[in-house]
Ligand binder design. Structure first.
Ligand code: 4NP
Length: 161
């Protein structure tokens, strides 16, 4: 089976994209696809490089059984656009920032996470950093729905040799 690689991207890599990474890892593990689907995350900004996820994201995720504690923030780099098959952004500002550093040949790899949840009303995962705890629950709800859709969308690719 082929290996597919996905990198989730937000602004700081301490709230939304590490949450998406943890949610996707669990779905991939549960599907028995750990050896075939590489999952990572990064931020477009550099403020939080090396930091663990925001405590609110760790707490909200922990309540649903996701362990975000070992994750560390990093900034997306040009080489990531070659390394990953898909670069999955949380909002339009992330997409614009990614397009600014993406080699022209790799542009099609940039997608919005909520594209993979077509039934959901929201088209973006809103930044919860400056809001209350409810925002982190919404992020988790969206990540759970959209990551399931993303895994379903990737399954045909995983079946190819
Ligand atoms: P994230 O949230 O992009 O979901 O990780 C944010 C984290 C930090 C900041 C903004 C958003 N910040 O401005 O430091």
């Amino acid at each position: 089976m082929k290996t597919v690689s996905v990198c989730f991207v937000c602004l700081g890599n301490i709230c939304r994209s590490p949450t998406a990474e943890a949610v996707m890892r669990r779905l991939v593990d549960e599907a028995g696809l750990t050896e075939h689907l590489e999952v990572d995350s990064a931020g477009t900004g550099d403020w939080h490089i090396g930091e663990a996820p925001d405590e609110r994201a760790q707490r909200a995720g922990g309540q649903r059984g996701y362990d975000l504690a070992p994750l560390r923030a990093r900034q997306i780099a040009e080489e990531d656009f070659r390394r990953f098959d898909l670069i999955v952004a949380m909002d339009e500002a992330n997409v614009v920032a990614l397009q600014g550093i993406c080699p022209a040949a790799e542009r099609d790899k940039i997608r919005l996470l909520m594209e993979f949840a077509p039934q959901a009303e929201a088209r973006v995962v809103v930044d919860p950093y400056f809001g209350g705890d409810a925002g982190f629950e919404t992020v988790l709800d969206q990540c759970e729905t959209a990551c399931a859709g993303l895994l379903a969308a990737l399954r045909p690719q995983l079946m190819v040799e």
